[in-house]
Design a protein around this ligand. Sequence first.
Ligand code: PLP
Length: 400
Amino acid sequence: MITPVLPTYARADLEFEKGEGSYLLTASGERYLDFGAGIAVNVLGHANPGLVAALNDQAQKVWHTSNIYRIPGQERLARRLVEATFADTVFFTNSGGEALECAIKMARKYHAASGHPERYELITMEGAFHGRTLATIAAGGQKKYLEGFGPVTPGFPQVPFDDLKALKEAIGPATAGVLIEPIQGEGGIRPLPYGDLRQIREICDEAGILLVLDEVQTGVGRTGKLFAHELASIAPDIMAIAKALGGGFPVGACLATEEAAKGMTAGTHGSTFGGNPLAMAVANAVLDQVLADGFIEHVNELGRTLRQKLARLADEHPDIIEGVRGEGLMLGIKCKVPNTDLVAAARSEHLLVVGAGDNTVRLLPPLNIGDEEVEEAIDKLSKACTALDGRAGEKREGAA
Ligand SMILES: *Cc1c(COP(=O)(O)O)cnc(C)c1O
């Protein structure tokens, strides 16, 4: 019999009653160190006092008014995002997929408004993940997400990962732009080299097409920069963000230059809940902490420490770990055993991590963790690897 909750997720049999900083607690009081952070969402940990206060405070005033009126929280958040980035303007959404939908529509509309409605295609890369809406599963191009859902939404030709020659060749009269993640998240923490990102920017400029970045997972401090494209010293024309922006409250945004946004006039796009006062209050409170002096530097420092310790762990467990990659506090462990085994072994040690494509395990802790949490995570991962080493040893003996 079908469960009352539509069974689209393969859930772990684990539930949490509350969160405290970097920890999640079960009803019986068991503590789990959360290095998944709701998949790169809880950047300031759980029950962060600043975020709780902002949400409570706004909840006493007004929850929702609709975008038929001005929303001061939106104006403030947009101004702050514009000041901190390449962007001149921002559209607010409730999710990453919805931010991508806005980005895709905007890229198409830009060319239509420039007299080229035939330019509607966004070239994407294999291994991409852009969401679960009809357009974004087409953009991601993954068979397992497309199968059985009818004709694939047209307009998303795909090239192999990081193949710039194929990318150039794919550009034609129908091309509107290139849509990529600077570091593929779901794909397995696969970074595009900085040099290649710079080349992609040049390729777009030469072809007169737009560079659309999906920074839904990489954005808001995760990689040790406010946004990952800053690592390569480039700027996109359009960028979708979400996950970390609300620190756990659902909110996303599509940022753009004035030029790229020129077609998006009154009536062309909208959302009932997008940018609602509750979401704006929390997102502004997230920025209060993320934009504060030293915060991003802290992410860099902790990221370096975590990475060094992971590299040592990889040396100690060569049968389990193939390598470590990523930026800042967005790190991937490429596994030699099934990644699900390492996720499960870590969970047995009360450490929460997240699986991803290419047989990797993602570490995406809250960005305000300290050295103690890094130490504890490494200790737990080390025990998890040792347990898996033991099992691999038993298997070998059994075979012999
Ligand atoms: C999570 C994610 C999305 C989709 O965001 P939702 O909020 O689940 O719609 C899109 N792109 C990337 C890179 C993501 O990591």
